[in-house]
Design a protein. Structure first.
Length: 52
């Protein structure tokens, strides 16, 4: 079956670097959390970096 790779990073800067280094065409990037109003801004930052 299909599996999903998951990994832990220490902070958002490291997360963004890992996403940019590892992404391939067709990937889906999910940003989720609880009670963090800044996640939408982080998701927008990811999108801005990968939509080049």
């Amino acid at each position: 079956g299909q599996g999903a790779a998951a990994f832990l990073v220490e902070d958002r800067k490291a997360a963004l670097e890992a996403i940019l280094a590892d992404k391939t065409s067709g990937d889906r990037i999910v940003v989720m959390g609880a009670r963090d109003d800044t996640l939408s801004a982080f998701a927008a930052e990811i999108l801005a970096k990968i939509a080049v």
